[in-house]
Design a protein around this ligand. Structure first.
Ligand SMILES: [Zn+2]
Ligand SMILES: [Zn+2]
Length: 65
């Protein structure tokens, strides 16, 4: 029997920049680096891609389709 002691690793899923929902593996999502800041990774889920929902970089405020 497994003894869960509370040290189980947390799975942190990336969050969609457009709708703030968790990105699920296998979804038609995409990730890319912000054009303005090379350290900022932007995730978009499949539905936001289809809807061409705008995204906004949290660091520099850059937004685009
Ligand atoms: Zn989304
Ligand atoms: Zn940025």
């Amino acid at each position: 029997m497994l003894d869960l002691d509370g040290n189980s690793p947390k799975i942190s899923l990336p969050v969609c920049n457009g709708c703030n929902r968790h990105i699920m593996p296998g979804d038609n999502n995409v990730k890319f680096i912000c054009p303005e800041c090379p350290d900022e990774l932007i995730w978009r889920c499949g539905s936001c891609r289809e809807a061409a929902a705008p995204y906004k970089c949290e660091s520099c405020g850059f937004s685009g389709p």
